[in-house]
Design a protein. Structure first.
Length: 121
């Protein structure tokens, strides 16, 4: 039996974080949910086994991009989630190593589809 992929879910909104980890769990993924920069720093530091990170930018300051750079250096692919669509956000996401940008409100099928695509499933 193969090991289930571990998804690092990052969202300041604890309710949304709980929903995201719940849906990912229903799809067979293991999840680690974090809602602060400090928790994210700790997760990156002990990132062994993380297959993918889902980063919701809402509520974070520009320091979140430094964490995205760290994920990139740790060879952890990640997707950025945002409620706004702009070419500068798209460019920033790609510049910091994101594999894609998902717009809120999220469609669960879209989230799962992107997750599986990035994981190569």
């Amino acid at each position: 039996m193969t090991e289930k992929p571990l998804i690092l879910a990052v969202d300041r909104n604890r309710h949304n974080l709980k929903l995201m980890t719940k849906y990912l769990g229903h799809e067979g993924f293991k999840t680690l949910g974090v809602s602060s920069i400090e928790e994210l720093d700790q997760a990156i530091e002990t990132s062994e086994g993380v297959s993918l990170a889902l980063i919701d930018l809402s509520g974070f300051d520009q320091g979140i991009w430094d964490r995205c750079d760290e994920l990139n250096r740790a060879h952890i692919p990640f997707l950025v989630i945002s409620s706004q669509r702009s070419s500068s956000l798209q460019q920033d996401s790609l510049k910091h190593g994101a594999r894609g940008l998902l717009l809120k409100p999220l469609e669960i099928r879209e989230l799962i589809g992107y997750t599986r695509t990035v994981l190569g499933e």
